[in-house]
Ligand binder design. Structure first.
Ligand code: FCB
Length: 464
């Protein structure tokens, strides 16, 4: 692979590059129990005192369940080619398995039709963290049966929507499901258990494989997996820091890609988990390693790592950095690492179509100006830099086929509640009114010009 940016290759986005924006069910829909839906673990978690900042819940969120038609109009105004959203498993199967709730299917069916009417391709994620509580009560991702529960649920969705949905993703960010949900407990279901983490991770991977296998018998278009990648840099050249950085990379970047792409767990897992690590049988990896049609990459930041015995279980801690180039989440803005992440996937796993399924920035939005504009210059700059970084990866020969901005709307940002805003559209919590921020206008221009607008310097805040 050539690393010389000027050596041949694309100088602009490919002609059929897919421009999109992304959301997830619990973060935007509201009405989580409407029309016969079962309860999901994020509903239960956010209604448990002390779990979510400010006691926020997804009860109303962006009220998208009732306003989806209006939201599709906003997408059309932005000029989106595609919209990535997730299905709430508990709306479709209130008990997580067995009985299908026709009204749940019907909601997504109407959304899909509305998108198609406006010429927008639906890109559907089957699982974006909101597990039905009925399944959590049976052990959730710790129960080996979940692989076929998930495949059965997936089959219901493929049969109901597959004629109209060209692009499916099985799981969103299994790393977060395990790290937040089972190891550190900051996300639903809130467990904090070293011994559970490798088991939950493995069954997520089996569920992914089982759903892909099921799709092959039914669907004829694309199915893939969405992972979050975060390049790791060492705080120093010391052997200890370098080893800590490798552990962090294995844990976050390789753990959920080596099994589906290479059919094995990465080296170094036992070093991280000690006696909590489990060697799973080869036939499980045969199920997990199903051929997939694309990988979805979510990218936000990189991290700098140092050795730290007190940080359990990795013995590696993130070095906190601060300053203007940081988001509300504390994440460093580092566009170059998006190029590195994309090139790394190609180097390690070979040529596979990639989509950036999430990328975006959380910044304090300025108050609207007298004429009602929200001039979110930092977010504009974030998009510009990361799209240039995407282009750079394409120049270096990485097959990137599309880009989805996170997120269409300011929404329920999990344990941070509504305190953190990633939206292209501002959502007024009192009135639910949507307003395009400057970043939305900029992104609309990017789409309209297929990226040509990136070449002029407008929108540069962070420096490139
Ligand atoms: C990702 C999640 C998404 C959103 C962004 C900010 O990890 O997939 O739902 O929370 O982060």
């Amino acid at each position: 692979m050539t690393m010389n940016p000027t050596a041949g290759g694309a100088t602009s986005f490919p002609e059929k590059f897919l421009w999109g924006a992304a959301t997830s069910a619990y973060q935007i829909e509201g009405s989580p129990l409407a029309d016969g839906a079962g309860m999901n673990i994020w509903h239960r978690f956010s209604h448990t005192p002390g779990r979510v900042k400010g006691g926020d819940t997804g009860d109303l969120a962006c009220d998208h369940y009732r306003r989806f038609a209006e939201d599709v109009e906003w997408m059309a105004r932005l000029g989106l080619d595609s919209y990535r959203f997730s299905l709430a498993w508990a709306r479709i199967l209130p008990e997580g398995l067995g009985r299908v709730n026709a009204k749940g299917i019907d909601f997504y069916s109407r959304l899909v039709d509305q998108l198609l009417t406006r010429g927008i391709e639906p890109c559907v994620t089957l699982f974006h963290w909101d597990l039905p509580v009925a399944l959590d009560d049976r052990g959730g991702w710790l129960n080996p049966d979940i692989a076929h529960w998930f495949a059965d649920y997936a089959e219901v969705c493929f049969r109901a929507l597959g004629d109209r949905v060209p692009m499916w993703a099985t799981l969103n960010e299994p790393w977060v499901v395990v790290d937040g949900g089972y190891l550190y407990g900051v996300n639903a279901p809130g467990h904090r258990n070293l011994y559970e983490a490798p088991i939950a991770a493995h069954h997520l991977m089996r569920a992914h494989g089982a759903a892909v296998q099921r799709y092959r018998g039914i669907g004829k278009q694309k199915i893939g997996l969405v992972v979050n990648l975060e390049p790791k840099d060492a705080a120093s050249e010391s052997a200890e820091d370098l080893a800590a950085t490798t552990r962090a990379d294995v844990y976050m970047n390789q753990q959920y890609l080596d099994p589906p792409m290479l059919g094995r767990a990465p080296d170094g897992m036992r070093e991280i988990y000690g006696d909590a690590w489990v060697e799973f049988p080869a036939e499980d990896f045969a199920l997990i390693r199903q051929p997939i049609d694309f990988l979805g990459i979510n990218y936000y930041t990189r991290s700098i790592m140092k050795h730290d015995d007190a940080t359990w279980p990795m013995r590696a801690a993130k070095v906190r950095t601060e300053g203007p180039g940081h988001m509300q989440t504390g994440w460093e803005v580092h566009a170059e690492s998006l190029t590195r992440a994309l090139c790394w996937v190609k180097e390690r796993y070979g040529d596979i179509p990639l989509y950036i399924t999430e990328n975006g920035g959380a910044f304090d939005d300025p108050s609207p100006t007298a004429d009602g504009r929200i001039d979110d210059a930092q977010r504009v700059s974030y998009y510009r830099e990361h799209l240039l970084a995407t282009l750079e990866a394409i120049r270096r020969g990485v097959d990137v086929r599309g880009y989805f901005a996170w997120s269409l709307l300011d929404n329920f940002e999990w344990a941070s509640g509504y305190a953190i805003t990633f939206g292209l559209l501002h959502v007024d919590p009192a009135t639910q009114a949507r307003t395009m921020k400057a970043s939305a206008e900029y992104y609309r221009e990017v789409i309209r010009t297929n990226g040509a607008v990136l070449a002029d310097g407008s929108g540069a805040v962070f420096g490139s």
